[in-house]
Design a protein around this ligand. Sequence first.
Ligand SMILES: *Cc1c(COP(=O)(O)O)cnc(C)c1O
Length: 436
Amino acid sequence: MNAVVASGNAGKAGQEHPAVGETELFGETGLPVVEPGYGQAWTERYSEALMNTFGAPQKVLVRGEGVYVWDADGRRYLDLLAGIAVNALGHAHPLIVQAVTTQLTTLGHISNFFASAPQIVLAERLVELLGQANDTDARVFFCNSGAEANEAAFKVARRTGRTKMVSTEGSFHGRTMGALALTGKAAIREPFEPLPGDVSFVPYGDIAALEAAIDDQTAAFIVEPIQGEKGVITAAPGYLRAAREITARHGALLILDEVQTGIGRTGKWFGHSGTGVVPDVVTLAKGLGGGMPIGACVGLGRAASLLGPGQHGSTYAGNPVACAAGLAVLHAIERDDILANVRAVGAHLTAGVKALNHPAVAGVRGEGLLLAIMLNGPYSAEAAKAALDAGFIINAPAPDAIRLAPPLILTTAQADEFLAALPALLDTATASSKDA
Ligand SMILES: *Cc1c(COP(=O)(O)O)cnc(C)c1O
């Protein structure tokens, strides 16, 4: 037995399998072998071995290819969540596999006493995509997650000499203590207080409230172009421009948290692209690595050099393998004109959901392939459950909103698979909500 992870299609009916948990089945690489039919056993082992921070997993997954994943029992799902807006190129994309494999077999990790070409080129590319190629004052700090990107931004803001931070109600900036302090979702923040202080929250999209909250002592205002975790809440056009104008007037930094909206998710390179806004700091993660853990905090103008030697760091920051994955993602988006695909398939999904005229649907909001199907009642958890049973992975960020954040390579034909199934899923969800 030297298969690494069985494809899930190779069920050998009638054959005796050692019970998972009693007999370990390891391939030559040391990776566990997953035989079909043991999904429940793996779920139980998960609960015993892992901290219960995420609740029970919905499924144990073994394999992914393109926009599909397979579970431990060999069932296939259309992945319309993409690891929460992470797998921009879907699963096992040849370019990422090749880039990561080549880099890992060449040079895997080096620490920041040294530098690598993938790290340097990825930083240059991000600066260029942000429209700052000719501005020598645009620099990148790499890290390993979205929370860390916002931690770095928080520290950049502290180096202004001011401590007052303004954030938005309902926002999500990550789970580490600094990022959590900036997070507007009270339920996840409050159990960990006291947190790094001097943070106030204003209603998202409210320009007058922002005007009132920001003064000459404000270090920074941090805001998402779209509040993804809140349920894909968009702000009125002009909000980011107003935020830029107000922060500039008071000498405060404008930090755009593009961890979810960045790298093509909205059909543009960044959520703020096209607004004319030049922020001071942009934070990125999720889609940037296409599944490899990487984050980035990009400082523009004076924010590019507020952190000096010894003031910040991370052992893995700019890891060559993660940066190689980032380069592969950017290369694929350009080579395959993926931004145009995001716009087209996003518009197709939006129009398709609206055309259903289903009584449970109140509308669709969002941009590109970061969409929420707005519901007329608290049916989203039931809808996500019905979808999983029917072979679709969707997500319920709010009781009345279903989030779709599929791979950016989703085709209209694949979107149609979901649109065809959606009315029945919504019927099931509304019926079981009424029973409850
Ligand atoms: C996911 C997310 C984060 C946190 O990223 P992690 O990689 O989970 O730490 C921060 N900000 C936004 C807008 C996000 O969507």
